[in-house]
Ligand binder design. Sequence first.
Ligand SMILES: Cc1cc2nc3c(=O)[nH]c(=O)nc-3n(C[C@H](O)[C@H](O)[C@H](O)COP(=O)(O)O)c2cc1C
Length: 241
Amino acid sequence: MSAAIEVMRHHRSIRKFTEQPLSAEQREAIMASAQAASSSSFLQASAVIRITDPELRAKVMALCGDQAYIGTAAEFWVFCADFHRHLQWVPEARTGFAEQLLIGAIDTALMGQNAMTAAESLGLGGVFIGAVRNQPHALCELLALPRGVVPLFGLCLGYPAQDPEPKPRLPASLMFVENRYPARFDDARMQGYDEQVRQYYRTRTGGNKEMTWTGQIGETLVKEARPFMLEFLREQGFCLR
Ligand SMILES: Cc1cc2nc3c(=O)[nH]c(=O)nc-3n(C[C@H](O)[C@H](O)[C@H](O)COP(=O)(O)O)c2cc1C
């Protein structure tokens, strides 16, 4: 269909990398692609911190559940929602609205996905790291993130040293609907998808992981996720009104 669609449809997270670094040209192309993403009201409400200091990278990795690929990826970037920069030049700007968190999160996520796709189109691979939100106070201190800035996710990038199969996604009919939200999604389609996911994990782990999609969602969503988040967001000047 198109080279861009090929790249996007072949996406899979990469968690093992070779030691080969990215060239400055590759890095700049990825950054330019990220910046080319659309931006709500042209606010460009994002900041990206590239962690090049090995000692700092090790400390950040420790704050992110010690996920080894944060240390071994050629690049590790922390994507943040940022309304601090606006206040530098427009001090009368009113911030703290919940809506602005959404704007910052959406703008930044669009940039992150552009970066991932650009990297993949160059034969690189990567994985997003939500674990940057595990200990956000400590991370803000390490990276000197001021009030008005919230770390949202990290991105590991590098040359892949593994070639996993793409993970099967929900059948399109369980995600894309026409005109109105359905009273109920099709249970039979979901059972079929659960079976597909079970097979995917069996193959990927050599039979060591037995898990369906609904099983995984059940395990994830019964836990309280990062209960400190609302307070942290408020401390950083978000969601005050
Ligand atoms: C915002 C976000 C945060 C994520 N955080 C992590 C993470 O901390 N560690 C990790 O190994 N994978 C993380 N992932 C990767 C997801 O697990 C992965 O995208 C999902 O399982 C689908 O697999 P795929 O990317 O290979 O298609 C994250 C993905 C997103 C979008």
